[in-house]
Each structure stands twice: as C-alpha cells, then as structure tokens.
Write a protein that binds this ligand. Structure first.
Ligand code: FES
Length: 287
C-alpha cells in the first residue's frame, strides 16, 4: 500500500470517527458512562431552579393550585364573618415538562454548529485526497504512447513543441542520450526513452511557465526567469531549474509519477542550447 493510500485511509478513519463522535455528542446516545450530556443538563437545571421564582413567570397552565382555607378564629372572637386566605402551591415538575432552558438551547446549538463545521472539514479532506487515489495529480499518470508522443514533439523544421499533459501539469520534452549524459539527470529516473517531464510551475513564485517556440525554451512572463528546453536554469530570479517528475516506460506507455516533485540546483551548464532564436518576453531580470 502506497503512502498516499495509507494517508487516505488514515484521514478517512479520522473523519469517520469524528462524525461518529459528533453524532454521539449531539444526540447524547452512547455508552452509559459517557452520557455526560444528561448530567450537564441536570446541573444546569438545578442551578436554574436555585433562582427564586424559577417557574413563576411562565407557569404552565394547570401546574398551580389555589387552595382556599377557612381560618379558624378563637372562640368568642367570632363576629359571624368567614375569613378566607389564598395560598398558591407550586408543584415539582420533570425536566421534560419544564421544557428547554436558554442555557440548554445555546449548548445544543453550539454542539450542532461544531458538528456541522467538523463534518464540512471531513468532507473537504476527502475531496482533497480523493483525486490522488483516483488517477489525478499526485499519482502515476499515463501520458500516452511513447511513439505517439515523439511524433508529436518533433516538427518538420527540426524544432520542438512540448506535449502538455494537463492531468500531470507537466510538459513532456525530448532529451537525447548525449545531452542526458551531460546533464544533472544522467542518473536517476527522470529520463525514460529519451523523454523528460517538466513541471509547469515556475520555481520562483509559482507562475505557470509558457513555452517559447522561437527561443526553444521556457520563459516566465511574471519576472522573466528563463529555462532551456529541458527546464535547466538560464536567467532571472528563479533559484533552481524547473522541477520535474520521475518517469518510466511501461509497455510502451509514458508514465509520469506526479507523487514526487524532483528539485535540482541551477545547472552549471546547458545540456541543450538556449536560446535558439528570439525571446518571447522583453523583461529579463538576469542575475
Ligand atoms: Fe516566474 Fe517569478 S514566477 S520568474
């Protein structure tokens, strides 16, 4: 199992556990000794009851009883009239009968908000990781038949136009054996069958670097960094060569492993000549 798959499995497990935990907290359903919701509610209710006139303002209908007592007067003091005294008796009621207090309502609302937020986060994680296990950027990408890619690269006038692979965010370019032997990429697996895959992102500040057909290299319009055909640094503020990916030939198919981005320092010399014609950008910040 790859690291990406393991990460996905771990995030999925954490996400599911979070959701289960949230459901248990919000609904109050779970093991008996974990049912702290009821204890908290009882505590809140007890505190509320300690206030004077706890039920008096909103006393539900039928919860009071008016009792009229006839007052006995000492013998001999009776004037024939009957004196009445009115008492109001409050009955003890259950939590359900009392309804939801403001504190309980706010606690519940807070839990639901937290649960919704955590759920959205879990879904975002899954959405972020999902393409990596389903063949998107971050996995191994089949760029197509090696023969077909080579046919597409070389033009009739001898110039080269890279094959852009959108799902890999990479340009595929030729690097013959002689040039590869003189480059930083003579060892390792960044060359397969005379082809390399260069990451489209400029290593200076991340602009997408377009191909310049006349100079036969990459020229960044943002701050003027320039690279040769295989992404080797030539000029500008870029700190290193364009990044690249490991590649392989699998049954005649060109496979780009976008799971690892390969960085390399500025090339001490160009393994492929640059520029081979006019530059596409006027602005150049050479160092
Ligand atoms: Fe390309 Fe600055 S982002 S040179």
């Amino acid at each position: 199992m790859s690291i990406v798959q393991l990460s996905f499995a771990a995030f999925t497990a954490v996400g599911l556990l979070s959701i289960i935990g949230i459901v248990v907290i919000v609904t109050g359903r779970g093991p008996k000794n974990l049912n702290w919701k009821k204890n908290v509610d009882k505590k809140a209710l007890k505190e509320d009851k300690s206030q004077t006139n706890f039920l008096e303002p909103d006393l539900p209908k039928g919860e009071t009883e008016t009792v009229v007592d006839e007052i006995e007067e000492p013998a001999g003091e009776s004037d024939g009239a009957v004196k009445l005294e009115e008492k109001v008796i409050y009955e003890e009621i259950s939590e359900e009968e009392a309804g939801v207090t403001r504190r309980q309502f706010l606690t519940k609302a807070l839990r639901i908000s937290f649960g919704a937020f955590a759920g959205i986060q879990a879904i975002s994680w899954l959405g972020f990781l999902w393409p990596k296990v389903s063949g998107g950027f971050g996995s191994k990408i089949d760029a197509g038949s090696i023969e077909e890619i080579k046919d597409q690269l070389f033009q009739a006038d001898g110039s080269v136009i890279p094959a852009f692979i959108p799902s890999a965010r990479a340009y595929v370019l030729p690097l013959d054996q002689t040039a590869a032997a003189n480059s930083q990429f003579s060892s390792g697996s960044t060359v397969a069958d005379g082809l390399v895959a260069v990451y489209q992102r400029c290593v200076h500040l991340g602009c997408r670097v377009p191909w310049c057909n006349s100079s036969q290299g990459f020229e960044c319009p943002c701050h003027g960094s320039k690279y040769n055909m295989v992404g080797e640094y030539f000029a500008g503020p870029a700190p290193r060569n364009l990044d690249r990916f490991n590649v392989s030939n699998v049954n005649g198919r060109f496979i780009i492993d976008t799971g690892t981005i390969i960085e390399s320092p500025r090339a001490p010399g160009m393994s492929v000549k640059y520029p081979q014609g006019l530059s596409c950008i006027a602005l150049t910040t050479e160092e």
